[in-house]
Ligand binder design. Structure first.
Ligand SMILES: Nc1ncnc2c1ncn2[C@@H]1O[C@H](COP(=O)(O)OP(=O)(O)OP(=O)(O)O)[C@@H](O)[C@H]1O
Ligand SMILES: [Mg+2]
Length: 235
């Protein structure tokens, strides 16, 4: 479902992503881990066609991200690090807008807005202006827009950041349930979250992949994911 080969991003003199390659199969939930500044967000932005690469290739849902960006965007739900909200719209108007961008209309659009609003616990803020929502609710709306249209691939940059504990549990369960039909890449700094929802883990450090394995292989009774992470991202 996702095939990345030699992907690289240089910002002037800084190499943020240094030629990484990996594949993600359909139905997998991949945890993307790394210290601050490791290159997670940069990689996710390239995968969704939001940022051009300096070199390398990426295929998502069978389409080349750089040559067929529109086809890719139709099949990817992306939650960026800061949710892309228009403060002057209310929740429903915003979700309708996103749905229309994804090609939905009429009764289908209405049903989809109702579905994602319910899934993300937005029923009570449907008519509130986004600019007036609390941080956690803004995050929920960001997540809801990524889910609109049930895209094949979900790219979620720190999806549970700022959410309250109840919502965190619900969203984790939702991501697990989604993985039946969807492919998910998510970044997080919460390692127990990875243990709960991910099948596979990529650890990225200074723009390079330092681990790409199943959770099972990266941890053991003697070694927690925290310890593995610490060991691989020290140098
Ligand atoms: N637009 C930009 N211009 C210049 N440098 C950038 C830009 N965006 C990111 N960087 C740099 O690229 C590197 C990787 O950043 P990135 O945001 O991908 O890290 P990250 O792994 O997502 O970190 P975090 O865990 O803090 O979210 C950092 O050194 C960052 O300062
Ligand atoms: Mg980031």
């Amino acid at each position: 479902m996702i095939d990345v080969r030699g992907l690289r991003k240089r910002y002037h003199h800084l190499v943020a992503v240094d030629g990484i390659s990996f594949k993600v199969n359909k139905g997998e939930v991949l945890g993307f881990l790394g210290p601050n500044g490791a290159g997670k967000t940069t990689t996710m932005r390239m995968l969704t066609g939001a940022l051009p690469a300096t070199a390398g290739r990426a295929e998502v849902a069978g389409f080349d991200v750089f040559e067929q960006p529109i086809q890719v965007k139709r099949r990817v739900g992306y939650l960026p690090e800061s949710p892309p909200l228009y403060d002057e719209l209310d929740t429903t108007a915003y979700l309708c807008f996103v749905g229309r961008l994804k090609g939905l209309g009429g009764a289908k659009l209405k049903a989809e807005v109702t579905r994602v609003a319910e899934v993300c616990g937005l029923q009570d803020v449907r008519r509130r202006l986004l600019g007036n929502l609390s941080k956690g609710f803004r995050q929920r709306v960001g997540l809801a827009q990524a889910l609109m249209g049930s895209p094949d691939v979900l790219v979620l940059d720190e999806p549970t950041i700022g959410l309250d504990p109840n919502q965190i549990l619900e969203i984790r369960k939702l991501i697990r349930d989604l993985s039946v039909k969807h492919t998910v890449i998510l970044s997080t700094h919460i390692l127990p979250e990875v243990v709960q929802i991910c099948d596979r883990v990529i650890i990225i450090h200074q723009g390079r992949i330092v681990a790409d394995d199943t959770l099972e292989n990266l941890t053991s009774e003697q070694r927690s994911l925290e310890e593995t992470f610490h060991e691989l991202t020290q140098i």
